[in-house]
Design a protein around this ligand. Sequence first.
Ligand SMILES: *Cc1c(COP(=O)(O)O)cnc(C)c1O
Length: 474
Amino acid sequence: MEKILNEINSDKQDIELNCDVALDFEIDKKYQRTTPINIPDLSESTIVRHFTVLSRKNFALSNTFYPLGSCTMKYNPVVNEKIAKFNSFINIHPLQEEETIQGNLEVMSELEKTLCEVSGMDAFTLQPAAGAHGEYTGLLIISNYFKAKGEKRTKIIVPDSAHGTNPASAALAGFEIISLKSETDGTLSAKKLSEILTKDVAAIMMTVPNTLGIFEKQISEISDVMHKNGSLMYYDGANLNAVMGMVRPADIGFDVMHINLHKTFSTPHGGGGPGSGPVGVKAFLKDFLPSPRIIKQSDKFKIDFGNEKYSIGQMKAFFGNFPVILKACAYVKALGGKGLKQASEYAVLNANYLLNLLKDKIKVATGKTCMHEFVLSSKGYLGNGVKTLDVAKRLLDYGYYAPTIYFPLIVEEAMMIEPTETESKQLLDEFADVLIKIIDESNKTPEVVKAAPVNTPVTRLNEVQAARKPQLRW
Ligand SMILES: *Cc1c(COP(=O)(O)O)cnc(C)c1O
């Protein structure tokens, strides 16, 4: 008991230390409510039970495997969440004088430097709040760059395998989109690219490894073709899990890129919380980055608005989603250069191991090996009209989250699997067994697969209705 009281007191002390508002003040009678508030009168235990039961109905990384391709649902160390809640970081306001927030500014400056090292870029901004927001930021930078040069470039090339956010961001930034068709092996051809390239193309947006989980073999040729045309190279680095410590986007020809901290760097994607999509550029684009910048002047960190002449402006209130930035910083500091490289190696190893367990049972969309993820096509492998959607639902019955399905759009009945580096051989073996079993079930007892899931708190939903008319009351 004494220990608990001490802890409570020390928490209170923390609050008092960081807070200049008196904690025990009286609210004037005239401001106090006279009628009871209209909320359910429930005991604490009822409420705790309600939310605990709800949380158990959820699929979560902390209780199951989550092979959602392109989302890098790796296990993220809990200690990083703890660091993100340190009082010294969170009991602070972004409008405080910069001398009083030197630590926070240093964390952001350190992460910018680290991301430069990982990517080879010369400068980063941490402002964007998501991958798509990062793309939009990068495209505005490209747009302003050409405007400053007096060049009229109105088009962006986007491969047909790209993430849907790519063409959407380009359109939002005012560009016209030209689609580039992938070859049958899933990669891009420099020759095909040069055939559609015109002088008004501002950039190409590429994902490497692409959304099929394979490396673009012609990347150097593509970079040459684009740069000879005066156009730029945009790298969609939402998933850096196969790339960290292995190859730097800037070294293979890219000029602008974004990274999703909420995929590779210790915040789960789709975690329901904030994300962060830092944008990096080569030196010649640095002036166009969002304002303000964090700079270091004689040992002090400063918030600098000095780049406003060319800057695309402010992309988000204050400095971005700071807790996500903090977790990413803790993650890279804990792993170090070697650890980041090892994470990439294991991510690629795990994906290839799983691919090998499955490749004789179901069609692999492209090639015999992959990078951090791979795409299967179940067309022709499932019996009795069973679809990929049914397989995904059946996986829930066996306690696994489903892979990404029906993406990329260029693969029929696609199933995109990303095991990540944090899963064990034992788990991958078990998962492969279950997937093979479901393929078998589709032939022997198709009605079971089509009726799935049956072991989950709710069975098959009308997903459109569920999104349009959610039932949020109990
Ligand atoms: C996730 C992802 C994005 C978009 O990121 P959001 O944070 O969801 O906006 C863009 N491109 C690729 C390849 C992705 O996997």
